[in-house]
Design a protein around this ligand. Structure first.
Ligand code: ADP
Ligand code: 5GP
Length: 204
């Protein structure tokens, strides 16, 4: 019997290493899928429409908001981002486990709506290291980096209500932690019960 897909909701302050960790996780578990969000941000070099994001105008985004097309949406660092209800529904029904790389405002909205998900927060080992990583990535101006570090203070406070915190200090250790979480969540009674043959009569 097929079970419903699990939603792994992963948030982190910018620069903590979330994208790198998510890429690694998708390599380790090829059956996991990355939930493709809608965004009004312009594509970066190398980003592919429909794979990294669905890139839309502000008008198109607001039209989807008005039509109730998003399970959650938020403004992050000056752009809009949202997860389509359709994406979650399709994966849930077809038993595909999804990684939602979304910010903590979006994660809070899903929790508020009681959307079943595993909430994971990635922490950097320190603010000093966070700054070092943002600078080392070479993708943002000093002003943008300063704003991201400022935002990180409030974001990190949100980690309190998540299910798991993974400290991304030594990269391989953080990958192992995430791997353990994915595997443990697949063994939850509520998940396994969906796949057992009726002869066990556990549900009676
Ligand atoms: P995010 O997606 O959270 O904004 P990235 O995945 O882009 O962050 O990582 C930010 C930078 O930090 C990248 O240059 C990445 O290679 C580096 N990085 C990620 N994890 C680690 C780690 N454990 N130790 C050192 N550098 C790391
Ligand atoms: P980036 O522009 O670097 O790809 O993403 C910036 C931030 O937006 C990241 O923290 C990322 O997790 C968040 N984000 C990406 N997609 C979504 C989404 O669909 N909803 C929300 N709430 N945040 C998102």
């Amino acid at each position: 019997m097929q079970r419903k897909g699990i939603l792994y909701v992963i948030s982190a302050p910018s620069g903590a290493g979330k994208s790198t960790l998510c890429r690694e996780l998708l390599d380790i578990f090829p059956e996991l899928r990355h939930s493709v969000s809608f965004t009004t941000r312009k594509p970066r070099v190398g980003e592919v429409e429909g794979k990294d994001y669905f890139f839309v105008s502000r008008e198109e985004f607001m039209q989807m908001v008005a039509e109730g097309g998003f399970a959650e949406w938020a403004e992050v660092h000056g752009n809009f981002y949202g997860t389509a209800i359709k994406t979650l529904r399709e994966c849930c029904e077809s038993g595909v486990d999804l990684i939602l790389d979304i910010d903590c405002q979006g994660a809070a909205q899903l929790k508020e709506k009681q959307v079943d998900g595993v909430n994971i927060f990635i922490l950097p080992p320190s603010f000093r290291e966070l700054r070092h990583r943002l600078e080392g990535r070479n993708t943002d101006s000093p002003e943008v980096i300063a704003r991201r570090i400022e935002n990180a203070v409030a974001e990190i406070r949100e980690s309190r209500w998540y299910d798991y915190i993974v400290v991304n200090d030594v990269f391989s250790r953080a990958v192992e932690d995430l791997k353990s979480i994915v595997e443990a969540e697949r063994c939850r009674v509520s998940v396994v019960l969906q796949t057992l043959p009726p002869e066990f009569r556990i549900n009676e």
